[in-house]
Write a protein that binds this ligand. Sequence first.
Ligand SMILES: *[C@@H]1O[C@H](CO)[C@@H](O)[C@H](O)[C@H]1NC(C)=O
Ligand SMILES: *[C@@H]1O[C@H](CO)[C@@H](O)[C@H](O)[C@H]1NC(C)=O
Ligand SMILES: *[C@@H]1O[C@H](CO)[C@@H](O)[C@H](O)[C@H]1NC(C)=O
Ligand SMILES: *[C@@H]1O[C@H](CO)[C@@H](O)[C@H](O)[C@H]1NC(C)=O
Length: 484
Amino acid sequence: MSLFLHIFLFTLLILHALPATTTAATATGGHGYGDRQVLTLKNLKWTQQKTSTTNCFPQRSRTEKNAIILELHNRDYCYGTRSHWNQRLQKHLLSDQIRVHSLQSRIKILLSNGFSQELSQAQIPLESGAKLQTLNYIVAVRLGSRNVTLIVDTGSDLTWVQCNPCFSCYNQQEPLFNPIQSPSYKPILCKSTTCDDLASATGSSGVCGFNSSTCNYYVSYGDGSYTRGDLANDNLVLGTTLVKDFVFGCGRDNDGLFGGVSGLMGLGRSALSVVSQTYGVFEGVFSYCLPSVTDDGSGSLILGDGTSLYKNFTPFSYTNLISNTMMPTFYFLNLTGISIGGVSLQDSSFGKNEMLIDSGTVITRLKPTVYNALKTEFLKQFSGYPKAPAFSILDTCFNLSAYKEIDVPTMKMHFGMDATHSVDVTGIFYFAKADASQVCLAIAGLSGEEEIGIIGNYQQKNTRVVYNTKASTLGFAKETCSLD
Ligand SMILES: *[C@@H]1O[C@H](CO)[C@@H](O)[C@H](O)[C@H]1NC(C)=O
Ligand SMILES: *[C@@H]1O[C@H](CO)[C@@H](O)[C@H](O)[C@H]1NC(C)=O
Ligand SMILES: *[C@@H]1O[C@H](CO)[C@@H](O)[C@H](O)[C@H]1NC(C)=O
Ligand SMILES: *[C@@H]1O[C@H](CO)[C@@H](O)[C@H](O)[C@H]1NC(C)=O
């Protein structure tokens, strides 16, 4: 009976916004562990939120100096159902695992033979992934005559939307983009340099369509998700900045892990990405601050140098972006170390391997040896708390339901040029159970040493991450993410 009541009340213990959290580092002499921070577990009543507001508009955006600021939301904010906490999280982690598989398989193919027409479609059957929600961040922009909500993806280049008439489209919340209703829409010819750029942007060359004046594109995300259609130009409005003749994909056949959004915004590094296409205006600089997922808080995506707009409360720490000609799309960093509570982990791969930073992967993945070292050190410093069973890909879990406050070791990632990224305290634990009876270390190991580590968005929360493709640097600074 009491169990029933408990569930009925949906008493929710979650790690809440920063104000409830102090990040004071308290040196605890005796054990030699330096940095710790206090995490307050706040008791909240779970309220069933209204589900699926039709879309994310009206949405706040503004232009200041040479930068534009777009409001950034977690996808759940606009389209999510707020019920079934546990089920939702299971799905999030499963779809995250599918994304990581797909990234790894894309990387493997790129490293083996440059690019391939047929990226492995089959790692995971499409059905298992197609209906899952994603834990991605979305942004709203204007394309032609239509407002569109797009997933923000730093791991790919081509921006695309589902297009009318559609051969096969997944369900989306907004009406389909309709080229006929947009006088500024122009198909791109198949004999053009823009069409040729598809090969490096997507891994698949553009081909002439039935109508030889159109360039057909195909992007496979490696997990069975794909989009296929016509390459086209139209006006893109980012905030109040007009980008004329923006190149994008008009998707006539699309399926995969895109939830109910209209498409995807590619913020990768090659010629067709938003970053490259707006180079003349924003000089290859963009940044984001991702709000914490359990909040309805909104973060921001800033295109252009927004130095005067950032609200960081720690100085920026810059590292170099590493270019890999085999994988021109991706943003690679030089991971030189990780420290837990001020204790540096030891691993021979530090300083020798590239690590990907990605806005679309949720949970950070580390090479198995690095992950094991991290887990061991974390357990040593976070001892005395009762253990709980593993949850999905997360194998280090605790039952914290009896605690109001916990003392968590800090987590820092170190990069080339002596840069440091301090993971926000909200990015250390993943609350698998709403009552805190299963709270897991929010990092996972990769399945093999040869795989590439990925810094996921969960560990980038409440941080201003600035990508500067012109200077080839990436900066981290602490910021409480909200648009105001
Ligand atoms: C698009 O969104 C803006 C708000 O950003 C709104 O003013 C406008 O009416 C919307 N247009 C359409 C066609 O929905
Ligand atoms: C082929 O494309 C051109 C240029 O957009 C267009 O004018 C023409 O109507 C198209 N033809 C067919 C059969 O779709
Ligand atoms: C990564 O950092 C290490 C240590 O500072 C340095 O020796 C190495 O050359 C760097 N690698 C790259 C590709 O920048
Ligand atoms: C978690 O801990 C609480 C309090 O110590 C205990 O009552 C509860 O049974 C535990 N829950 C699980 C799932 O182990």
